[in-house]
Design a binder for this molecule. Structure first.
Ligand SMILES: Cc1cc2nc3c(=O)[nH]c(=O)nc-3n(C[C@H](O)[C@H](O)[C@H](O)COP(=O)(O)O)c2cc1C
Length: 302
């Protein structure tokens, strides 16, 4: 079986996840590719840069990537690792999904997506899967690793990591940012299962096993937030691009978005969540379960 494992990673976290995931595959040729944008994103992120990429990320504009050399014309299995940025595929991933040579290789291949996120990947995966399916790929799995800390704490932790470059506890008290070392290490065990699927060329139970073992799981509060937030991001992206085109100062509108985002995350979302938990959720448990199933098996036949 010919396998391609491809991803971008800024801090190296997703590289470790993907490397562990393929570490126990035996008797196959694995083409391991790390993609990179032609013009790299500064890491740690200067605060302004971090928010400044929101509109183009949300609109999935393709940035130039460094040339990619694929070893094969066709692969049986493609392991596509990616990280969400602003509820969308990261800019290098968006560019890869629009790359003609990559799209040709997706066509007819089985695809497993491997996500290394903070905790919000549902909207990004919707877009990624749409593009995979449009290119003729056959989705067979989605392994989504997320930060285990509560949403508000992990938002503060990850901002500390992204803007200092240090994967440490902010002020010594916040939870460690990013995906737990244990979860990254456990990808080696998952690789044993992947190796069995590869050897048998049978992925029919792959995602069921992933879901049953809670490797990929969906938190109800996150489901709720993601159900609303992407629409708002799209509106913001549109406004900022329009203002810029008509001579408005981009940096002003980006700062405006930054304050809005923090207000929405730390003030509005908790209030809406509380209302939802008390008044709506008890009566919509069936719908929530169906939604989770939908996202857990996005693009996959069952
Ligand atoms: C600009 C930016 C936006 C991000 N937006 C999200 C997001 O919407 N949802 C999420 O779960 N994680 C988000 N993250 C976290 C990333 O998905 C990822 O976990 C982190 O950047 C580490 O990935 P790396 O392997 O590229 O270093 C964001 C990170 C960056 C830099």
């Amino acid at each position: 079986m010919k396998i391609l494992a491809i991803n971008y990673s800024q801090s190296g976290q997703l590289n470790d996840i993907v490397n562990n995931f393929i570490s126990k595959i035996e008797g196959c040729e694995i083409d391991r590719i790390n993609i990179a944008p032609e013009k790299s994103f500064a890491f740690p992120w200067p605060t302004d840069n971090f928010y400044d990429i929101m509109p183009e990320t949300v609109l999935e504009e393709a940035i130039p990537l460094k040339p990619i050399t694929f070893k094969e014309e066709k692969y049986d299995l493609i392991i596509l690792g990616y990280q969400p940025w602003f509820l969308s595929p990261s800019m290098p991933t968006a560019a890869l999904l629009q790359n003609k040579e990559f799209k040709q290789r997706i066509n007819g291949a089985k695809i497993i997506t491997v996500i290394g996120a903070r905790n919000m990947w549902l909207n990004a995966q919707t877009s990624v899967v749409e593009q995979i399916v449009a290119s003729g790929g056959d989705m067979v799995g989605n392994v989504a690793l997320v930060d285990r800390a509560p949403n508000h704490l992990s938002a503060i932790s990850i901002a500390h990591w992204m803007m200092t470059g240090k994967k440490t506890r902010k002020w010594g008290i916040f939870p460690l940012p990013g995906i737990a070392d244990n979860d990254i290490e456990n990808m080696k065990d998952l690789s044993i299962f992947l190796n069995r699927c590869v050897a048998a060329n049978d992925f029919s139970t792959f995602q069921k096993t992933i879901v049953e073992n809670k490797v990929t799981r969906i938190n109800t509060n996150i489901l709720f937030i993601e159900g609303k937030a992407k629409k708002i991001f799209n509106i913001w992206a549109g406004i900022i691009k329009k203002k810029e085109k008509s001579g408005g100062k981009r940096s002003f509108w980006i700062s405006f978005f930054r304050y809005y985002l923090n207000f929405a995350l730390f003030v509005v979302a908790p209030i809406l969540l509380l209302i939802d938990i008390i008044l709506i959720r008890p009566f919509t448990l069936g719908k929530i379960k169906r939604k989770k199933e939908y996202f857990l098996y996005l693009g996959m036949s069952r």
